[in-house]
Structures are given as C-alpha cells and as structure tokens.
Design a protein around this ligand. Sequence first.
Ligand SMILES: NC(=O)c1ccc[n+]([C@@H]2O[C@H](COP(=O)([O-])OP(=O)(O)OC[C@H]3O[C@@H](n4cnc5c(N)ncnc54)[C@H](O)[C@@H]3O)[C@@H](O)[C@H]2O)c1
Length: 343
Amino acid sequence: MNDKKVKFAVVGLKSIGNAYVLATNKLPNAEVTAICENNEEIAKKRAAEYGMDKYYTDFYEMIKDGGFDCVILGTPDQIHMEHSVAALEAGYHVLCEKPLALTMEECEKIVEATKKSDKKFMTGQVCRKAPAFIKAKELVDNGEIGELTFIESEYAHDYSYMNKAHWRLDPVKLRHGVIGGGCHAIDLLRWIAGNPEKVMALANKKANPDWPVDENTIAIMQFPNNVIGKIFCGTAVKREYTMRTCLYGTKGTIICDNTSPDLTLFRHAVTDNGQNIYPDVKIPVEINNHNLSAEVAEMADAILNDKEIECTALEGSKTVAVANACVMSAAQGGAPVEPPYLK
Ligand SMILES: NC(=O)c1ccc[n+]([C@@H]2O[C@H](COP(=O)([O-])OP(=O)(O)OC[C@H]3O[C@@H](n4cnc5c(N)ncnc54)[C@H](O)[C@@H]3O)[C@@H](O)[C@H]2O)c1
C-alpha cells in the first residue's frame, strides 16, 4: 500500500481551478502545493483562503520552481495547448480541463508532446465521472437495453450574462460553443458508442446575434455498428443547465441527465396476451456533475501506481475532432464531414 501523496499545482483559480483545489485537498493521496493565477487579486484571495503563504502569477516561474508532480490547468481553452506542452516538456504530469484545445493543430501539438514524454496526461472530460452517466454506460455495456440504435445528448447552458471581454466570446481565437461546451455531449456519446464516422450539423444565433460564434448547434452523427446519434449544444438557452441524454436500444431505453437523482431504465416486455409493455425502473444516482475529485483521484492513482489514464490527450483530441467537424459542417449548411481524428 502506497501512502505517498501526489503534489499538484493548480493554474487558473477563479472558478473551475478553485473547485480543483478543494477537490484535490479532500483526497487522502493528493495535495495542492502550488497555485498560479495571473489575476493577482484572485491569486492573493485564494492563497489566503487555502492558508498558503505563496502564490504565482506567472506560469513559467512556477514550473521552473517546481515542488509538485502534476499540473492541473483550469485556465481558458485558448491557452490549454501552450501550458500543456510547456508542463510536459518541463517534466510534469498534466490534467488539462476540457476541451483539450480549440483546434486540431493545437491538439496535435499536445498529443505529440505526450508521445515524447513519459508523464501521464488526462483530458478532464468530467461527464465520464458523473454517476448517472457511469451507470448508463454500465447498463449499455451489460446489454441491458440490447444493441444501441439511436443515442442523443445535449449541453444546455446560458452564457448570456458574459460580457464581450470574456474569453468565451473572444472574437479572434474563436471558442465555438460546440467545442467548448458541446464537447461534453460529444464525449459522452463517443465514450458510450465509439467514434462518429460522419457528422452533419446546423447552427444559429438569435438570443445574442452580436456574439462571434453561434449559440445553438444541432448535429446528427453516424456512429460505428450502424448506431445513429444526435447532439445539441445551446449556450444561450433559457432554462437551467442540463445534459439530458436518451439511449435507445433494441430491448430498452435509458433516459438520464447529470442533474437528477435517478435515471430511468425502460425494458421492453410482452405480456401473456401479446401486449407490448415498457415497465420502467428508477435507479437512484448521486448528483455530482462536476466530480473533479474522481478525476484527480484517477490521476493520483495513475502516478503512484503507474496505471494508464482513461481519457488521455489522444482521447480528448477525438472529441475536439468531432466538435470541429460540427463547426465545419454547419459552415457548409449541413454538409457531411468526417472528423479529422489524430492517430
Ligand atoms: N468540466 C466542466 O464542466 C467545466 C466547467 C467550467 C469550465 N470548464 C473549463 O475550465 C477552464 C476554465 O474555465 P472557468 O469557467 O473556470 O474560467 P474562469 O474565467 O472562471 O477562470 C479562469 C481563470 O484562469 C485565469 N488565467 C487566465 N490566463 C492565465 C494564465 N496565463 N496564468 C494563470 N491564470 C490564468 C483567469 O484569470 C481566471 O481566473 C476552461 O477550459 C473551461 O472550458 C470546465
């Protein structure tokens, strides 16, 4: 039994990075020993909250000083590539928030850097750690709904409160919603059904016509084994955040999301008098849609015991490839696009 603690450095402390610090320090085999945030006001506030006497405002100064094993990147999508590559080259393990990066060129640079490094790399596709989705995948893998036929998931959020200076609305380094947020729904379906072979998408913007990117994207996809699917990504939808997901199979159906205390499993049956019925079972699940401690726990275990990471850089890049295919298809009015997967 290894009782050593893995030391983590967390970068970007306003929102998700702050959640990573709290999630990491709860674990028995992990601790945050360095923090970096380029907004000094936030950095100082967080250091005081965590009882740390030192903080960094410069990422490169922090990785030069060291004192940790793994860097967690909770920074804007636009700088994931630069910091991922620099951290790997400096000899650190990396846990990078989703999406891995915004373009395939950036993804390729990260994947190539992982190939040259002996360090672990995780793309933080956190839906793989949401209890309802873990249960749904387990039911599918165990054949509870037969063969998959049609699958759909959505990422519904409202970014309308963000002002134009926000990095999510950068007019130059575009952050398409379907890459930044829709990657959750895409990754979930890829995780369950494999890599889409073809994507056809449409997109629009109506609530925020002055945004640099579309706010709604709908995409239909051809998955392996003749499974068809659909994702919806809305970043200006007027409802509470959800990732409503339906998985239809030849023998049953699963309806779930990441904000409800149970998932519904319907199983087809035929009564003695030949009537089709679809009894449903409610399976209780914990609501934990940002289960960051499960990600950090997997990373700590992988480092301590030299285990493989499930959602690697290459895995993360495949989700970005599908999301980029959605953007390309929508730009061509829904033309079929094959995702440009890296090898
Ligand atoms: N897993 C999820 O469900 C989920 C949810 C929200 C955000 N995210 C992802 O997490 C990342 C951060 O999103 P957020 O909502 O926390 O953003 P945010 O804007 O709230 O926080 C980002 C922080 O990074 C800091 N920062 C920017 N450049 C920096 C640099 N060079 N060095 C150090 N700090 C820097 C900013 O000052 C800010 O405090 C994004 O990649 C986003 O897509 C994931």
